[in-house]
Design a protein around this ligand. Structure first.
Ligand code: SAM
Length: 273
């Protein structure tokens, strides 16, 4: 996969040289190129910002450097790029929330380009213009405001790159994690390693019993209970048809019952709690 990042703070992306992502880069699985937006300015101060039309606090990034920088990236496609070009990712708090599903979709792409905003963001015409040329996705890490898009690049690249074949040693571990579609989008069960007893806390005996069926059942129960308690929004998306009678018994204990729409809903008593 090729990833181009346009930013005024390239140093911010240095962590992408470390650990599994760094190794993926040195193995040629990920070709990550950081490009300096200021290379596309033409004044002595290398200006990338200006005051917003209509007034208001803060400064906005000017469209001209972005146009030059993104045109230069698009003029340099990797071998195997799709005819429709890259996906252009524009981080911002007003975008679609980035989830594991987004990561899976992006991991199927050969080429991603990131436009990192700073100040109050990028002049809106930049995304509007490039939407006529490539697929633009404005993505948000969540409902809070950061200072710049570089942190979003760290998050998105890490979540996407670990899904690329060969990046994570044991591919099975990817499908057993929280939010994995193969795991019905549930949270993962709690996990333990040795010693069996630590500070008066014992590992649940079923995990040391060696009975694979019982371990699987215990893990599934824990995943359902955890999701019901911590993330009811995720549980509400679980199709009833993806559950068995034992799942439904656990969920009933947690106060969730099948609804007419094929999804679970909290019982009135659970909502009152
Ligand atoms: N004025 C913008 C708004 O209210 O929607 C916020 C701009 S923010 C201060 C500056 C930059 O930080 C954004 O252009 C974006 O690159 C990044 N950013 C801020 N919050 C973000 C979030 N929740 N997710 C992803 N990127 C974010």
């Amino acid at each position: 996969m090729r990833v181009d990042v346009v930013t005024i703070f390239g140093e911010y992306l240095q962590p992408l040289s470390l650990s599994l992502i760094g190794r993926a880069r040195s193995q040629g699985l990920l070709d990550l190129r950081v490009r300096d937006l200021r290379e596309h300015t033409h004044d002595r101060h290398r200006t990338v910002d200006d005051t917003p039309y209509g007034g208001g606090a803060g400064l906005l990034m000017k469209p001209e450097p972005w146009g030059e920088a993104l045109d230069a990236v698009l003029d340099d496609p990797p071998p195997g790029a799709r005819e429709e070009g890259p996906v252009l990712l524009v981080p911002g708090p007003a975008g679609e929330v980035f989830t594991q599903r987004t990561a899976v979709e992006l991991a199927a792409e050969p080429w991603l380009v990131f436009a990192c905003g700073r100040y109050e963001g990028i002049d809106a015409r930049v995304a509007e213009h490039y939407a006529t040329r490539v697929r633009v996705r404005e993505v948000s890490l969540g409902d809070y405001v950061l200072n710049g898009g570089e942190v979003a690049v760290l998050v998105v690249v890490e979540a996407v790159a670990r899904l690329l074949p060969g990046v994570v040693g044991n591919a099975a571990s990817l499908t057993e994690e929280s939010h994995a579609a193969e795991h019905d989008g549930l949270l993962e069960h709690p996990s333990y390693t040795k010693p069996a007893s630590w500070r008066g806390l014992d590992v649940p005996p079923v995990l040391a019993g060696g009975h694979h069926g019982q371990v699987a059942r215990w893990r599934r129960d824990q995943a359902l209970r955890r999701t019901a308690r911590r993330r009811p929004d995720l549980l509400a998306r679980l199709p009833v048809e993806r559950t068995d009678p034992a799942d439904r018994a656990v969920l009933a204990e947690e106060g969730w019952v099948p609804g007419d729409d094929g999804r679970f809903r909290p019982t009135p008593a659970a909502v009152a709690d």
